[in-house]
Design a protein around this ligand. Structure first.
Ligand SMILES: Nc1ncnc2c1ncn2[C@@H]1O[C@H](COP(=O)(O)OP(=O)(O)O)[C@@H](O)[C@H]1O
Ligand SMILES: [Mg+2]
Length: 407
């Protein structure tokens, strides 16, 4: 805080408006204040002071006789509309004399003016100067509060902006991941086509490759229409989806020494987005394969779930277990595996697979649970996904995820 008045004179925010219409009062006051380096402007009327108060002002000095009830209303309007940080200082030079009915009336009149300091005339010059200095110091604190509020607003705005960018970044990364999988599949299929002797298999692989390319086109379209139109869901046969994923991974699983055991019970078809459901199982099977680099067993079980009598029909659907005999998930990692960018695979992992998978399950009003063991005697991980056979359309766009960690 400044001790003298030098700081105030150099800054127009501390300009003092003086309204003293009778005689030479305004000139005298201005000269006195300028002598102590305060920046002053004489106004001929309250109206002219009100007009000037739209520019930054430190304080206003008003002679009481300049205040008619209408002018009090004008001034009060400006005071009422000041910003939350401001408490405008008004110094009123009162008419000298004893307390009378008219002086009481005048004091009632000036009530709406807020932060009013009364100085009774005749005023000693030192009293006026020190009152003004105090008023300007108070004003300085108000300006500091204003600047802090502005800085806070700017910081919040910057945070919102960076959050927006982070979401855009996550989306871009996730789309890259989504597109990468079908491309990887096409590469696998081209390899199979090149090495296969059987014409029927070649045809089948070519059909799968064309499906995968359709998926890329679908993702691109989906990205472009992200906020506009959802792609319509269809009835999906989950065992079919899993088999098509297994076909893509066949070579990879075989070369890692992983055997596959499938057990498919009768299960209802699920209303959903076929491409996304394929993505979901491709992520789970891909992770299982990553965890069994030294070989192992991948068990996939599909079973139908019927709703209990009288229960919510959405309890009916399909449960899929994807179980591997791989490394297992360390207990300290288990809570984090659904977070975006969480990966224990270094440069080879994006950490987006389970995050994307959970959002696909959520979109289908389903739930996903994980159970894992790192004990060398019996290591492994089981992902259990439940997808209801039916769900109301809005759930396919937005729904509540039930991500549960068991064991
Ligand atoms: N079947 C599994 N066995 C062991 N660890 C797994 C398994 N599935 C997922 N994880 C762990 O969860 C992490 C996140 O998986 P994910 O989101 O698919 O990302 P990424 O595969 O790119 O690492 C993996 O890095 C791994 O540590
Ligand atoms: Mg993964």
């Amino acid at each position: 805080m400044q001790g003298g008045t030098e700081h105030f004179i150099s800054n127009p925010e501390y300009r003092i408006l003086v309204v003293a219409p009778s005689g030479r009062d305004a000139d005298l006051i201005c000269r006195l204040l300028e002598d102590v380096n305060l920046h002053c402007a004489a106004c001929t009327s309250v109206e002219s002071a009100c007009a000037q108060m739209s520019a930054p002002t430190g304080a206003v000095i008003v002679a009481e006789e300049a205040l008619s009830p209408e002018r009090v209303v004008r001034l009060a309007e400006i005071i009422d509309h000041q910003p939350s940080w401001s408490d405008f200082p008004l110094i009123l030079l009162t008419i000298p004399g004893v307390v009378s009915a008219s002086s009481v009336q005048r004091s009632l009149l000036r009530r709406p003016l807020g932060n009013v300091l009364l100085l009774e005339r005749p005023i000693r010059p030192e009293t006026l100067v020190s009152t003004l200095q105090n008023a300007l110091r108070a004003r300085q604190r108000q300006y500091q509060l204003r600047d802090q509020m502005l800085q806070q607003q700017q910081a919040e705005q910057a945070l919102r902006q960076s959050e927006k960018l982070a979401v855009a970044g996550r989306l871009a990364a996730s789309i890259t991941h989504e597109i990468n999988n079908p491309l990887e599949a096409v590469t696998n299929l081209l390899y199979l086509i090149e090495t296969s002797q059987d014409l029927n298999s070649v045809k089948e692989y070519a059909r799968l490759a064309s499906d995968e390319l359709k998926r890329v086109a679908e993702i691109t379209a989906h990205t472009l229409n992200f906020h506009r139109q959802p792609i319509n869901p269809v009835m999906v046969d989950i065992p079919d989806v899993i088999d098509s994923v297994l076909t893509l991974y066949r070579q990879r699983l075989k070369s890692a020494g992983i055997s596959v055991e499938r057990e498919y019970d009768r299960a209802p078809r699920v209303l959903g987005m076929s491409g996304e459901l394929r993505q979901l199982f491709a992520n789970l099977i891909g992770n299982a394969a990553d965890a069994m680099r030294m070989g192992g067993v991948l068990k996939i079980r599909v079973k139908g779930v019927s709703a209990r009598t009288g229960a919510n029909p959405r309890e009916a659907g399909v449960r899929v277990l994807v179980a591997d005999s791989g490394s297992g998930i360390a207990p300290q990692h288990k809570k984090r595996i659904f977070e975006p960018f969480f990966s224990t695979k270094g440069n080879t992992g994006t950490g987006l697979g389970l995050w994307v998978s959970a959002s696909i399950v959520e979109k289908h009003s389903g739930s996903v649970q994980v159970r894992s063991c790192t004990n060398p005697q019996n290591p492994g991980t089981v992902f259990s996904v439940f997808l209801p056979a039916e769900q109301s359309q809005p759930h396919l766009v937005q729904g509540a995820v039930a991500k549960e960690q068991i064991a």
